[in-house]
Design a protein around this ligand. Sequence first.
Ligand code: CTP
Length: 417
Amino acid sequence: MQKDLSRLLRDPKLIPSDKRNLLLEIASQAESLGMPCYVVGGFVRDLLLRQPINDFDIVVEGDALRLGKLLAEKYGGKLTPHRKFRTAVWTPPSTFDLQSSTLDLITARSETYSRPGALPTVKPAAIEDDLRRRDFTVNAMAIRLDGVHFGGLFDPLNGQADLKSKSIRTLHPRSFMDDPTRIFRAIRYEKRYSFILHPSSFALVNPDSLAVLQTLSGKRIRHEFDLIFEEENSFAMLARLDELGVFRALNLPNFNADYARFLKSAPPAEFGVAADEVTAGYLLWVADSTLSAVESLSRRLNFPSALNRACESIVRLRRDLASFKNSKPSGWTFHLEQFPPLAVYVLWLVSGEPALKEFLVKWRHVKSITTGGDLKARGLTPGRRYGEILTALRAAWLDGEIGSLDEERRFLNSWAD
Ligand code: CTP
């Protein structure tokens, strides 16, 4: 007999009312179309673990595009269809007040892989086939939503048993060969939930699957690291991947364990640096590297240009630290402001150099009172000289040579002489 989870689905402590309402609306629209409809994957896993629910993936036996169209007609929002796979992403209107703003609507399908690591070929199928194409037993459960079936748990692969024994277990021996990004996923779940990769699945992280991992595009691999840097236990995940030989297989540099404690150090407000835990993760990763090591990591993981620039910056800045040791604040400031503030912040974390903090918190905001307009009013012809004068003024403020408007005027007069 199927387990009935309708009470859990209605529990406001587990699913906030906005999400629950949306789920009920989807269920009723699917019923009106006569399509069996399920919520699957991480939603079911987290519900059974009594963990906060993030996004939800909806699977229908039928046509998810039809369901998506109906939802968008009835409630508004934005529908992005992917006709080839008969799936759609629906962004519900803001009336649903959802934190995670999009919803995946999927037509139940089976998948085959033309070659290891390739993207899969799909065809419509029943829910059981759809669950069989998935990564791990704990992610291969579904709860039916439509009509009288509401709340019925569908667990043909024994996910509940693995949740109980805290095991991450693949569904078949070729799983990591088909999609080696699942090695990363397994480790994320292991360390997020304090589970353990089941010995039979652990054995599948072997030279064959690691060889397929090497064939993946940089962008796909980088996406997996991005997800790790967003997690609470990022360092434990990186260490475990290293232990499994993933770093070696991909020829990636080690992550310095001394910096693990900085991974979740969002910049305090006084620094005025926007928090970005993913970029900060990469910056910590390369903080001890050389420029050529950054270049090869950037090439291997296909860094976007902003990330590449940030990583190069921290390496250059670190190299320059010694030569700036006895510089005046203006020397530091004019140099540091050429680099992304987050790179300066992360370098401060790892080096403890006080000037970096001073720069972020104070120096970079120091400006002269005099503006270009004032210089014009003094009768100075606009040109390169404006920049020189304002820079000299700013340096004098930074270095404590002037500290008031009067002193600034005197400084300007001497300059104009
Ligand atoms: N999935 C899979 N193989 C992958 C990626 C995803 O089988 N390489 C399936 C899993 O069933 C997973 C579902 O697609 O549960 C949704 O994927 P995703 O949103 O990435 O994961 P979640 O389960 O939601 O987990 P997380 O909490 O990490 O987002």
